[in-house]
Design a protein around this ligand. Sequence first.
Ligand code: NDP
Length: 282
Amino acid sequence: MALLDGKKLAKSIRKDVREGAQDFAKRWGRPPTLDVVIVGEDPASQIYVRNKERACLKAGLISHTHRLSADLSQSDLIELVRNLNIDEAVDGVIVQLPLPEHIDPDVVIRAIGPIKDVDGFHPINLGHLFAGRPGLIPCTPLACMRLLDMAEVDLKGKNAVVVGRSMTVGKPMAMMLLERHATVTVCHSRTEKLAHVVAEADVVIAAVGQAELIKGEWIKRGAVVIDVGINRLEDGALVGDVEFDTASARASWITPVPGGVGPMTVACLISNTLEAAKKRVA
Ligand code: NDP
């Protein structure tokens, strides 16, 4: 088994983004800029946002964080997003999810200008992805694909099983694998005989959010395993959706949790921000 080291790849992406950001700044007088909006005090979201700020700083991007109170109205949030859309000095806009219950995330995501939608969640960007056209791609599936590319996995004709069908991870991931000519199966909470489906996979992408749901003994020998899940156990330890020790004894490549998809997701966000900035001025 070989470890797919997300931290190492993220570092090399940050270096590339830093170089790209310097070129951009030389030409346009300022580095690419990401505006992050966070509503409320969700502790996990606070950590994610701090990681994004840190990644921007390391890569020489400007980041602004708009920290707003949990009782902000949906219309005030949309007004802020619209102002960021028309602000010439802003290249990327993300609204950290989840939002408080009184705010509909779909409405907010649709308010983000598609050219600044560096999370890639806007229906126009998802539409491009589903049509196989270029656009801003959601960061987590992009991170998984870059990890597969680092391992030089040839996806053509291979059985890829994606466990999880969210709009942010599972579905766009399936489309990206299809675009690379994999034969794709998408599993979800109603899938019968999950163990049998996973056992047929040359590539497994686990994006469920249930600690060690996918047992090591299900993994086909030599399969590539990408574990998106982040689950905190009662003792405070972080584990993925895949039973790591037993799966790593069978897999050819596997991502660790932490240190796999997580750091790569943030690296892909800053990479998307640079791309958005370049496209806006092109
Ligand atoms: P969602 O809760 O939106 O989706 C989870 C999916 O898993 C759903 O499609 C659900 O099926 C499916 N599911 C639930 N139970 C089962 C089961 N027993 N068997 C098979 N499928 C099941 O989660 P996300 O996609 O947002 O995130 C998934 C995980 O990835 C989480 O742990 C999250 O923290 C992590 N994550 C990590 C990121 C990173 O950077 N590393 C970034 C984003 C997410 P159904 O549709 O039928 O309900």
